[in-house]
Design a protein around this ligand. Structure first.
Ligand code: HEM
Length: 153
C-alpha cells in the first residue's frame, strides 16, 4: 500500500465536493471519458461497445451514458464508504479483478487520474479545488488506484 490514509477532515472535504459533482453527474461522467479518449485515443479500443463511435458523437451516445453511469455509481459507493477502509478495499479488489480480466495497460489508471483531477478542477472551480481539497482528492484517487493495481500483481 503506497497511499497515505485520509484524515476525517479530508474524507469530509471529498464527500462534500463529490455531492456537488454528482448534481451534474451524467455530464461529469461523460466528459471524463471523452477527455480520456481525446488524450489517449488507444484506450477507447478497450471499450467494445464504444470503440467504433467517433469522438464527436460520443457525447450524445446512450452507450457512453450507460457506461459512465456505472462508473459514477462505483465512485459514489467508494466515496460514501471512505470512512470504512475494509469495505473500500473489498470493493476495489472486485473492480481490480474485473479490470485485470480485460487485459488493460495498468498505466491507464494513472492516466485517467490526471484527466479526473483536471475535470474536477473544471467542475468545482480552481479556487475551490485548492491546496487542501486537491490534496484530499489526490490521496483518494491514489488509494483507489493502489487497491485496483493490487489485483494486477
Ligand atoms: C477509478 C478508476 C475506474 C473505475 C472506478 C472503473 C469502474 C468501472 C465500472 C463500475 C465498470 C462497469 C462494471 C464492470 O464491468 O466492471 C467498468 C467497466 C470497464 N472499465 Fe473501468 N473503471 C476505472 C478505470 C478504468 C480504466 C483506466 C480503464 C482503461 C481503459 C477502464 C476500462 C474499462 C472497460 C474496458 C470496461 C468495460 C466496458 C464495457 O464494455 O461495458 N476502466 N469500469
Amino acid at each position: 500500500m503506497t497511499s497515505e490514509s485520509l484524515s476525517d477532515n479530508e474524507i469530509e472535504l471529498v464527500k462534500n465536493s463529490w455531492d456537488v459533482v454528482k448534481k451534474d453527474g451524467k455530464h461529469f461522467g461523460n466528459q471524463l471519458f471523452i477527455d480520456f479518449f481525446t488524450k489517449h485515443p488507444t484506450y477507447q479500443q478497450n471499450f467494445k461497445s464504444l470503440a467504433n463511435i467517433p469522438l464527436s458523437e460520443l457525447g450524445s451516445s446512450k452507450r457512453l451514458l450507460a457506461h459512465t453511469t456505472g462508473v459514477m455509481y462505483a465512485l459514489t459507493s467508494l466515496v460514501d464508504n471512505l470512512d470504512d477502509t475494509e469495505v473500500v478495499v473489498e470493493m476495489l479488489a472486485k473492480t481490480g479483478d474485473n479490470h485485470r480480466r480485460r487485459r488493460l495497460d495498468v498505466r491507464a489508471f494513472d492516466e485517467l487520474g490526471v484527466v479526473f483531477i483536471d475535470l474536477l478542477r473544471t467542475a468545482l472551480g480552481a479556487n475551490v479545488l485548492d491546496g487542501q481539497l486537491l490534496n484530499a482528492w489526490s490521496k483518494t484517487y491514489s488509494l483507489i488506484v493502489a487497491h485496483i493495481k493490487t489485483a494486477f500483481q
